[in-house]
Design a protein around this ligand. Structure first.
Ligand code: SF4
Ligand code: SF4
Length: 442
């Protein structure tokens, strides 16, 4: 069995992050294979659903991938409060007589950040800008691992389990074909309970916030796992609407250089030379100190500084994002001056508890919301993007009028290019081909 070929053919990309092609990531040999099942963004439930309902498949595929990587240690990382999921995986490990181990972590944010998870499991800091294999590790999201199990049966990626919560009549985890409109997912859950709203695509900390109108034209891709509907004037949505000028102005007036943003920054805590309080000071004073500002390139945009640490409601994350984009436009990258990175000895006491974070976000109302499972959406039409995740778009291999079957390839990635193959997510007729392939159900 050629695992990498099956993974590539099935169009698998990272299910929980930026969408890096999995066949490229798995084409290496490492000491550790780590499955990221932390699902650390508040309110999301899809990964836990997978672990409860598909534990045999996850343990089985984890072992196969780990062995193909030559890993000596194969672990599934999850939180120690995921009691049902721990039981399900433990039973599967016993049943399959598997060498997979569970790595149980505290419930803090961002426990599922790849760099943080690798630090927890291996005790090693990945240098800023580097990837886990530089310290002998490969990390895959649990949803990606489930997709590998499907690929071993020659089933390509055609659907996602999406958590739909917040201001909807009937929250649920819904099985959704790729290319389905976000608004259809909301309708499937009884519709929004508000006239106007904002949709968070993903989790409240790092998910993109889009308007009701934008949601009409947004579709589920291979990397979407969550839809959270919140009021338009919710704190989390309002923060996102501040302009860079407003943020700098507020920093000038209110940044007291308390350093909380730095001390609670997860990347600073593992030894990266990232000091958001210095960047804030430099921006507020209007100084062009490139040495300080360049640190923003290391920011992963986790949002701890902005939504949790800062006592004055300032936005280091947004300012870092702005500064990072300016350097990106000039082609300037971060260069490490050392290969020694020492974690903060106070780190254990400075982790952000998930429950406290939800309170700070003003989302207690949605915590513990009852939700339905085993819901499935059957759309009349899908619009499947030819570009999914990092890399080049695939090239359409179908034309208007073609009749396609679910799982049939509709976009192929050119040989030698980084990207992913794309497949029809429903049976139907191709009615449009542009950046997306639009398929109308038969
Ligand atoms: S968003 Fe803030 S807390 Fe997160 S990595 Fe960037 S500077 Fe650190
Ligand atoms: S936490 Fe807020 S007030 Fe304190 S240094 Fe950072 S930006 Fe300034």
């Amino acid at each position: 069995m050629d695992l990498l070929k099956k993974v590539k053919d099935a169009g698998i990309i990272g299910a929980g992050g930026a969408g890096f092609p999995t066949h490229v990531k798995l084409n290496t040999k490492v000491k550790y294979f780590i499955v990221n099942a932390l699902e650390c963004e508040p309110l999301l439930q899809s990964d836990k659903y997978l672990m409860r309902n598909h534990s045999d498949e996850i343990v089985g595929a984890t072992e196969i991938i780990g062995k193909s990587l030559g890993a000596e240690k194969i672990v599934i990382g999850l939180k120690n409060v995921y009691y049902n999921e721990i039981d399900a995986l433990t039973n599967s490990i016993k049943k399959l007589n598997s060498s997979v181990e569970l790595f149980l972590n505290r419930s803090f944010y961002p426990a599922g950040d790849e760099q943080i998870l690798v630090y927890e499991v291996t005790g090693k800091t990945i240098a800023p800008g580097a990837i886990p294999s530089t310290v002998g590790a490969v990390v895959s999201n649990v949803g990606t691992v489930f997709n590998v199990f499907e690929a071993l049966k020659d089933e390509p990626v055609t659907y996602k389990y999406v958590t739909v919560v917040g201001e909807v009549a009937s929250p649920a985890i819904v099985k959704v074909p790729i290319g389905t409109k976000v608004t259809e997912c909301i309708e499937k859950c009884g519709g929004a309970t508000l006239g106007d709203y904002v949709v968070i695509m993903g989790g409240p900390m790092m998910g993109k916030k889009i308007s009701k109108e934008e949601a009409e034209n947004t579709v589920i891709t291979k990397t979407n796992g969550g839809i959270i509907v919140i009021p338009k004037d919710h704190y989390v949505a309002a923060r996102e609407r501040l302009t860079i000028e407003e943020m700098v102005h507020r920093a000038k007036a209110a940044c007291e250089q308390c350093r909380y943003c730095t001390e609670l920054c997860p990347r600073y805590q593992i030894g990266h030379p990232l000091h958001p309080h210095k960047i804030m000071r430099t921006m507020a004073l209007g100084r062009n100190d490139e040495e300080v500002l360049k640190e923003a390139i290391m920011c992963c945009q986790c949002g701890v500084c902005e939504m949790y640490a800062c006592p004055n409601g300032l936005s280091p994350r947004r300012i870092n994002g702005y500064v990072k984009a300016q350097f990106g436009a000039k082609g300037i990258k971060w260069k490490n001056k050392t290969d020694v990175f020492t974690g903060d000895p106070q780190r254990e006491f400075r982790k952000v508890p998930t429950g406290m974070l939800i309170t700070r976000l003003g989302m207690n109302k949605y915590k513990g919301q009852p939700y339905k499972e085993n819901e499935e959406l059957v759309p009349a039409q899908v619009s499947v993007p030819l570009k999914q995740g990092i890399g080049a778009p695939s090239t359409a291999v179908v034309k208007v009028g073609d009749v396609v079957k679910k799982g049939q390839m509709i976009g192929a990635i050119d040989e030698g290019k980084m990207g992913t193959n794309v497949h029809a997510s429903i049976d139907g007729t191709v009615v449009e081909v542009n950046e997306n392939v639009v398929i109308k159900a038969i």
